[in-house]
Design a protein around this ligand. Structure first.
Ligand SMILES: [Zn+2]
Length: 154
């Protein structure tokens, strides 16, 4: 049950991240090296889009442990841009990634991304899900731990 909620949330987050990766791509695609053959240029565009998507996907999957995602993305794509455009690309990537990072930080703060915070699986007498923290490695809190035992017995 809980896993399903997390999976649904992850899918939603992926969709949002896709919007951010498109925004970054749109902000820099016209700066891609224009002095290469058309087929190479197309390849460059594809590579830049792919790197933007991969960076956003990784950010969505691993928001707390992806250090300096803007620098990582810039390093991956800078070779597709002429020297004269590098500063502008770096700035656009920084802005675009910062927007995505800010969005994820908001989600974490709102508790939507509480992958680490577990909740007791019991339902209270009022019919609401118990909000207490379960015992370590258990599905239930101290006042509901008898439910776990009866489950094991069954
Ligand atoms: Zn409980």
């Amino acid at each position: 049950m809980r896993d399903t909620v997390i999976e649904e949330y992850a899918a939603q987050l992926q969709a949002c991240m896709y919007q951010y990766s498109r925004a970054i791509y749109r902000s820099i695609k016209d700066l891609i090296d224009p002095y290469v053959a058309p087929d190479i240029h197309l390849e460059y565009r594809r590579a830049v889009l792919e790197q933007c998507e991969q960076t956003m996907e990784r950010l969505a999957r691993d928001p707390l442990y992806f250090a300096k995602p803007d620098r990582a993305l810039f390093q991956d794509i800078r070779r597709y841009f002429p020297i004269t455009a590098q500063a502008e690309v770096a700035w656009a990537v920084k802005e675009g990634v910062a927007a995505a990072v800010g969005f994820i930080a908001e989600q974490i703060e709102a508790g939507a991304l509480d992958g680490g915070v577990a909740r007791c699986r019991a339902t209270t007498r009022k019919g609401k899900p118990c909000q207490r923290t379960p015992l370590p490695d258990r599905d239930y809190c101290p006042s509901h731990q008898h439910l776990e035992r009866s489950q094991v017995a069954a």
